[in-house]
Design a protein around this ligand. Structure first.
Ligand code: ASP
Length: 325
């Protein structure tokens, strides 16, 4: 009788267990997750060749980070190297290939944050810096500030050794045509902000984001990408996040920090917190976009509420890239 009682109690306790969360709580040796922008990325809208180009580029970006992290390198170096590679690839809306402002210029924003000490750096509206992510890192490491903009940011970045280019370097036919189409109200906004979050073997989480902003932007508009807590956030005790989408919503809803706060204060998993903010909260307000993130164990998430998002991740034993849902 006693035995039956024990069995009953055992079954009852098991039935009361919360649904098993897929997230693991042992730290991965390293983890890396990237995005190349969210938006109307649908099967059938691009050629097979272009699809392959995106997969190849995302895969190469992951490989660059993987080589650094698997050989014991730091997440800060992995994030800078991966984003620099993506900035140099005109497929994306960051660095070369950035979208055009209404005036037909390229104004670039970028940010980076280190979760070990919450240090951060960002630049907004730079026009002659080849790799804005390097300028963001210089602001973080070589100045007492977090965000610099325009001419001052350029002057500082050049003094710190960042490569200067002629503004015409950023031109691509595709981005210029996107501006013309947007002006014609064809809603052909080029997607392709880039982001990267890495966790290294030291347990350090770093997040970075780089963008040309939104096609047809005016009046030195700045989006969420260089805003710490909106487009980028990292805290070793919680998570690292990089966002992409309609920046005005991501700023107003402090998306990156909102997700981190729910994890920190409400003990939610990164999956639960990010799904809630991206797929429920933002959707109910009309904010389109997505994010990539990882927690301190290396659990990776890549939610979005748009049709697609260029994205990928790698861990010591897995590497995958995706475009569509
Ligand atoms: N979030 C960027 C901005 O608003 C754009 C994007 O991610 O597509 O500037």
């Amino acid at each position: 009788m006693l035995k039956i009682g024990y069995i009953f109690l055992f079954l009852l306790l098991n039935a009361c267990q919360p649904v098993k969360n897929e997230n693991v709580h042992t730290k991965k040796e390293f983890a890396l997750v990237i995005h190349g922008g969210a938006g109307v990325i649908e099967p059938g809208t691009m050629s097979k060749e272009l699809e392959n180009e995106y997969h190849l580029s995302l895969s190469e970006a992951l490989e660059i980070g993987k080589v650094i992290l698997s050989s014991g390198g730091k997440s800060i170096d992995a994030v800078e190297a991966v984003i620099t590679f993506m900035e140099n690839d005109s497929l994306f809306n960051a660095g070369k290939g950035a979208v055009f402002t209404h005036e037909g210029k390229n104004e670039l924003d970028a940010s980076i944050m280190v979760g070990r000490d919450m240090s951060a750096g960002a630049v907004a509206g730079v026009t002659v810096i080849k790799n804005p992510i390097k300028a963001a890192r210089a602001v973080m490491e070589k100045s007492p500030h977090v965000l610099m903009s325009g001419k001052g940011a350029e002057e500082f970045a050049i003094l710190q050794g960042c490569e200067k280019v002629d503004p015409s370097y950023f031109y691509t036919k595709k981005s210029y045509e996107s501006l013309q189409a947007e002006i014609e109200k064809l809603k052909n906004n080029k997607m392709g902000t880039v982001g990267c979050v890495a966790l290294d073997k030291f347990g350090d989480i770093v997040a970075g984001t780089s963008t040309g902003g939104m096609t047809n932007k005016k009046y030195n508009r700045v989006g969420d990408s260089p805003i710490i807590g909106a487009g980028t956030y990292a805290d070793n005790n919680v998570c690292g996040i990089s966002c992409t989408g309609h920046g005005e919503y991501f700023i107003r809803f402090s998306v990156a920090k909102d997700i981190a706060s729910m994890m920190e204060y409400k003990n939610m998993s990164i999956q639960e917190a990010s799904d809630y903010v991206i797929k429920e909260k933002l959707v109910s307000k009309g904010g389109k976009g997505g994010m990539i993130g990882l927690d301190k164990y290396g659990n990776i998430v890549m939610p979005f509420n748009t049709v697609g998002m260029y994205r990928g991740y790698c861990t010591p034993d897995k590497k995958e890239t995706f475009l569509y849902k």
